[in-house]
Design a protein around this ligand. Structure first.
Ligand SMILES: *Cc1c(COP(=O)(O)O)cnc(C)c1O
Length: 384
């Protein structure tokens, strides 16, 4: 495994960190070791113990990108979230959660935590007073997501880290929307960084995977429980993920540029009433985003004028595809009210700012001009 990549710049880390050396045939890329069993006299390797060559190689790459000591890979983003939380928490503990989180995470907390006697509170973590009053004697973990889905709210990560440190909490962030290119929470003192690698790390809509990164001490805790939970990744997927991450920085940078330009274009469009993008000066958390992010990301949301039917609009797009998932090289769009937040009480949904005309747009790496025209044509066709 190649070492000393931590001082390198990000694209160099993407390409080189953690790659396996083919000592037998001298091939250029990492060999794939799909073996699930190894010589027991010479080796303690077993895929569920997180210690196979391909898993360890990709983990080194992710650790270097997130400035972490160690990382672990899982079979999905939710596998990473569930294993991390259930490794850190026990019966009687309390966890503080940001009030807008990925739907799957909310379902995990609301349905499973109760069974294990783990208490939780949802709170607007940017409101210092509310955050302070959510603290209990048994609080153990604070869990946030930034930028959040679907309104791209930004959490002030330095203040979360200070709050966690002064109250002896473990701080955990779901960094999926930012990717390690745009945000490195460990640099501002967050303890553990989770990714749904299904999204930007994978980037081609063909991999389901997850990761957690942090200090050796905390990752060892997750590892020792994690091998009991068994939500591990396959070696084939790990190998695919290594290949994907090699282009992470150039993909994400192209997505950042496209998203910023499209956010500006949509803001000025007559048939669009609101745009949510942390890179826009009128975004409510733009100032925090500017401080803690290296780029504003490839995700944005916008509200169509009330006279436009969102389904008709989406059906008239030719390049941008109506798809639930996100962060692929291809642009995709979804209606939170009709997909991820469909089961939510409509009044609560609207209160959270998720209107029926809101669309969440995952900007791909296509040419800006083509995406802009695709949007403009569908808007003009449906607008009045
Ligand atoms: C998709 C996603 C997850 C869950 O990841 P899976 O790989 O689908 O299990 C978690 N958090 C965020 C922000 C996501 O977008």
């Amino acid at each position: 495994m190649s070492n000393n990549n931590n001082k390198k710049n990000k694209s160099t880390k993407c390409v080189h960190s953690g790659n396996l050396v083919d000592e037998k045939y001298f091939g250029n890329i990492s060999p794939l070791y799909p073996s699930i069993t190894y010589d027991f006299i010479k080796s303690d390797v077993y895929p569920r113990y997180f210690n196979t060559p391909n898993q360890m190689g990709v983990c080194k790459k992710i650790s270097d990108l997130e400035n972490a000591e160690l990382s672990l890979l899982f079979g999905s983003g939710l596998g990473a979230i569930a294993t991390t939380m259930l490794s850190l928490l026990k019966q009687g503990d309390h966890v503080i959660l940001q009030d807008s989180l990925y739907g799957g995470t909310i379902n995990l907390v609301n349905t499973e935590f109760k069974k294990f006697g783990i208490e939780h509170s949802y709170v607007d973590v940017n409101d210092k007073k509310k955050l302070d009053s959510s603290l209990k004697k048994n609080s153990k973990v604070i869990y946030v997501e930034s930028p959040s889905n679907p309104l791209l709210n930004i959490v002030d990560l330095s203040s979360i880290s200070d709050f966690a440190k002064s109250n002896r909490l473990i701080s955990v962030i779901d960094n999926t929307f930012a990717s390690p290119i745009n945000q490195n929470p460990i640099d501002v003192g967050i303890d553990l960084v989770i990714h749904s690698a299904t999204k930007y790390l994978g980037g081609h809509s063909d991999i389901l995977a997850g990761s957690v990164s942090g200090s050796k001490e905390k990752i060892e805790v997750i590892k020792s429980s994690g091998l009991n939970f068994g939500s591990n990744i396959s070696e084939y997927t790990a190998w695919m993920l290594e290949r994907s991450i090699k282009t992470l920085k150039i993909r994400v940078n192209a997505q950042n540029d496209n998203a910023l330009n499209l956010a500006k274009f949509l803001s000025e469009h007559n048939f669009v009433s609101k745009v949510f993008y942390p890179g826009l000066e009128n975004h409510k958390n733009h100032d925090i985003a500017k401080i803690q992010m290296h780029g504003f990301g490839g995700m944005l949301s916008f509200e169509l004028n009330s006279s436009i039917d969102p389904i008709k609009f989406v059906s008239d797009l030719k390049i941008i595809k109506p798809t639930m998932s996100l962060a692929g090289v291809e642009s995709t769009i979804t209606s939170p009210a009709l997909s991820s937040h469909k089961k939510m009480d409509p009044d609560i949904r609207r209160e959270l700012g998720i209107s029926d005309n809101l669309l969440r747009f995952s900007v791909g790496i296509e040419d800006f001009e083509d995406l802009m025209l695709d949007l403009d044509n569908a808007l003009t066709k449906n607008g009045k």
